[in-house]
Design a protein around this ligand. Structure first.
Ligand code: MRU
Length: 333
């Protein structure tokens, strides 16, 4: 894993051989981004199978189910985590070979989950890039690029493909308080792709839209409810509200694995609360940015109601409202 806590200052790769450490890496955000933590959890499950001393497939299944329980606790909002864990558990059911063949199969299957992610992202990127015009100025929230996935990215993958198609685009990068995934990670990626950008404070987005300086808004998703409500990085809701008020299209780029068909609406999505230290720990000119005894509240995600979203870009095509009905068409297609 690239240690995303250290970027852009340091590029360091960490390796793990214990699933317990993978769970800690996900929780502490060494790795982050919904599809990336899904793939990491799948490899965590494969490690659990390799760590297990089980002599029967039944015992192995029990061991990896326990590992799945631990991995699932690491972060609650992104559904890709439990989706990947469940897919790994499903692979053990009815497996025809020996217990050592099953261990090998689980490793191969984790690799497949990772490889599929890249293929899916490229498909979404092709559909999404068709929504971008030459000359567009785009606001992007959080980090949804290669770092947040296995490669290429979701919303940032769309922007990257539009750039590769020769479209002249400019990205306004929401810095994305409190962990600054935009300023630290998205800007770092955009530099490597040669895409022009400016970092903006999250608070500046509405102002730029009112001034007519923005044509599109793109973001990813950590979980999409069956009605199209989107849980994504905190700040997405305010961004979508401002886009709606200014008649600017707001697009959510989401693989189908991020849609939670079991959840009727976004209010039911569990929202991760992270440590207040993430909010209070910043310093400015070497000085703390809050009084010593200040307390903070730190929800890591918010829910954007479907009515504020212009379209959802998936690997099967662009879903326009009404989401629920048009999603059915795409699932069957
Ligand atoms: O808390 P993070 O950094 O894991 O949150 C990630 C996001 O909100 C991304 O926008 C997202 O995972 C979706 S797209 C890859």
């Amino acid at each position: 894993m690239i240690d995303q806590r250290l970027l852009p200052g340091d590029f360091k790769i960490l390796s793990y051989d214990q699933f317990q450490d993978v769970a800690v890496a996900i929780q502490s955000m060494v790795i982050r981004g919904a599809p990336a933590i899904g793939a990491a959890a799948a490899f965590g499950m494969a490690l659990a199978a390799l760590q297990s001393n089980a002599e029967t497939k039944n015992e192995l299944n029990k061991d990896i189910s326990k590992a799945g329980f631990l991995l699932n606790q690491a972060r609650p909002t992104a559904v890709n985590l439990s989706w990947a864990v469940q897919r790994m558990i499903n692979e053990t059911k009815g497996f025809p070979g020996s217990v050592s063949e099953l261990r090998q199969h689980l490793l191969e299957f984790a690799k497949k989950i990772a490889d599929d992610d890249v293929e899916i992202n490229k498909k979404m990127a092709a559909f999404g890039a068709a929504l971008i015009q030459d000359g567009d100025h785009i606001i992007h929230h959080c980090n949804t690029g290669a770092l947040a996935t296995v490669d290429w990215g979701t919303a940032l993958g769309v922007i990257r493909t539009a750039h590769e198609q020769g479209k002249h685009i400019h990205v306004f990068v929401d810095e994305t308080r409190p962990r600054l995934q935009g300023a630290r990670l998205t800007a770092w990626e955009l530099e490597q792709y040669g895409i022009p950008y400016d970092i903006i404070t999250d608070n500046a987005a509405g102002h730029l839209m009112r001034r007519g300086l923005v044509q599109k808004v793109f973001f990813g998703a950590d979980r999409v409810a069956a009605n199209g409500d989107v849980a994504n990085k905190i700040g997405t809701y305010m961004l979508a509200l401002a886009a709606y008020d200014n008649g600017i299209s707001a697009y959510c780029v989401t693989p189908i694995s991020t849609i939670d068909f079991e959840l009727e609406r976004g209010d039911l999505i569990p929202i991760e609360e992270r440590s207040q230290d993430e909010v209070l720990g910043l310093s400015l000119l070497g000085q703390p940015t809050a009084p010593e005894n200040a307390s903070a509240k730190n929800p890591a995600f918010d829910v954007t109601p479907y009515r504020l979203i212009s379209a959802w870009v998936t690997e099967k095509g662009v879903i326009r409202p009404p989401f629920r009905r048009n999603l059915e068409g795409i699932k069957e297609g």
